[in-house]
Write a protein that binds this ligand. Structure first.
Ligand code: PMP
Length: 457
């Protein structure tokens, strides 16, 4: 039974286990957005395998693609040899690539996780430029292997220059909006052009168009274009990590399409494997300067994942699921913002497409004063003066990780699975499948509203 499985696994599994701690359930069946536990309880899954399941669990087209490979007698394991399955996947993927890259793309199959593709991308630009140092951003998450960790936000490294990722809420410069993004861009230009800045000539810049694990922080389109200009003008390859944002998640097939930038390198995983492990790097052909064998790995040829992935890419494209994510995501954001008005513990609701974050804050400092008024904010130091004539911005209240964890627990009690993220683990994250129906979206918001009401008591 469920209790026995949970008890045995928690006794035997690593202390580093993560999701299993916050979500003490035992999934035995799943379809679409619904997971059924061993105890018969059903859950709406807004975690989607950490943003992997673009079509939800066990989508019929994915199952059928896998079955076809199994029934065909094709080999399941062939290292990186060419196969019809790989040919199909590559063609389908190349069909989706942003113009400017699509016409001259090369693909390196990596395996099996996003972090492997990040390693390959870093190795590629280092080989192509002959340089070593990388530019990366505060709050970034690129994976857990050594090289990927170095460019992720929490890890110090002498090989990495860390730049401020722009964000409205908790803007590092106390500015928010276009002002904060502009300062981030100027900071970058200054570091690169000041020969005494101590910043070595970089092999590349790596960024997420929306930071996911970092707490759902969409980079402004204008800032992405500035970063593209700054790197292009200095011959610095730009690596865009679309592991989490890809395949329609943000309301465009690839998140770079919102800003129109053309990356030199794209790192892809999660949804491209249609729920099975698959990771690739796609890059401009003139960067293809590494020698044969420069990036190897036994599991670079997962045939089932390629078949499931090709079916997923085709389905998202043919059924306009990116557009669906854009419209439904905008509606859910608006509804969540309305809901937040009644909940001072919600500091901000943000996101792009079906990548949504609700940041929980400690609202206690507002007690006794009319909420949301300028007087209340100034009285409690939650408002700072503008800089150089810029208008004053609200200073966010402290992040509330315990509250976010409580919301996650209350959601689970109500049959809703959500993830937590952000630098302070204070952001409740919604990553529903792109196939979520209007009714399911309403149910998600109702359950989340109930959970917020429960913790606010
Ligand atoms: N990059 C990004 C943007 C991610 O969100 C993740 C995973 N959350 C990774 C890389 C690493 O992928 P994986 O966990 O498959 O190694």
């Amino acid at each position: 039974g469920q209790e026995g499985i949970l008890r045995r696994q928690s006794a035997r599994e690593s202390a580093a286990r993560t999701y299993a701690r916050a979500l003490p359930i035992v999934p035995v069946r799943a379809r679409g957005m619904t997971i059924e536990g061993a105890d018969g309880r059903r859950y709406l899954d807004c975690l989607s395998g950490a943003g992997t399941l673009a079509l939800g669990h066990n989508h019929p087209v994915v199952l059928e693609a896998i079955r076809q490979v199994l029934d065909s007698g094709a080999p399941l394991h062939v290292l990186d040899l060419a196969t019809p399955v790989k040919d199909d996947f590559t063609s389908e993927l190349f069909r989706t690539l942003p113009p400017g890259l699509a016409e001259r793309a090369r693909i390196q199959f990596c395996g099996p996780a996003g972090t492997d593709a990040v390693e390959a991308a870093l190795k590629l630009v280092r080989a192509a430029t002959g340089r070593d140092s990388m530019l990366a951003f505060t709050g970034a998450y690129h994976g857990m292997t050594a090289g990927a960790l170095e460019v992720s936000g929490a890890a110090p490294s002498v090989r990495v220059t860390r730049l401020p990722y722009p964000q409205d809420y908790r803007c590092p410069f106390g500015l928010g909006g276009a002002g904060g993004a502009e300062l981030s861009a100027r900071w970058t230009e200054n570091l690169l052009d000041d020969t005494k800045s101590g910043v070595p000539a970089p092999a590349g810049m790596i960024l997420e168009p929306v930071q996911g694990e970092g707490g759902v922080l969409p980079a402004p389109d204008g800032w992405l274009r500035r970063m593209r200009e700054i790197t292009a003008a200095r011959d610095i390859p730009l690596i865009v990590d679309e592991v989490q944002t890809g395949v329609g998640r943000t309301g465009a097939f690839w998140a770079v399409e919102h800003s129109g930038i053309v990356p030199d390198v794209m790192v892809l995983s999660k949804a491209i494997g249609g729920s099975l492990p698959l990771a690739v790097v796609v890059y401009r052909d003139d960067l293809d300067l590494w020698p044969p064998g420069a990036h190897a790995g036994t599991f670079r040829g997962n045939q089932l994942a390629m078949a499931a992935g090709a079916a997923t890419l085709a389905y998202v494209r043919e059924h306009g699921l990116a557009e669906r994510a854009a419209t439904l995501g905008a509606r859910m954001l608006a509804q969540l913002r309305t809901l937040a008005v009644d909940h001072p513990c919600v500091g901000e609701v943000r996101g792009r497409g079906l990548m949504i974050g609700v940041e929980l804050v400690d609202a206690r400092c507002d007690r006794g004063l009319p909420e949301g008024t300028a007087e209340a904010e100034i009285e409690h130091g939650s408002r700072v003066e503008g800089i150089d004539g810029l208008p004053p911005v609200a200073r966010p209240r402290p992040p509330a990780p315990e509250l976010a964890a409580a919301v996650q627990r209350e959601c689970l009690r109500r049959g809703l699975i959500v993830e937590l993220g952000g630098r302070h683990s204070s952001v409740v994250r919604l990553l529903p499948p792109l196939t979520i129906t209007d009714e399911q979206a309403t149910a998600v918001l109702d359950r989340l509203a109930d959970a917020l009401a429960a913790v606010a008591r």
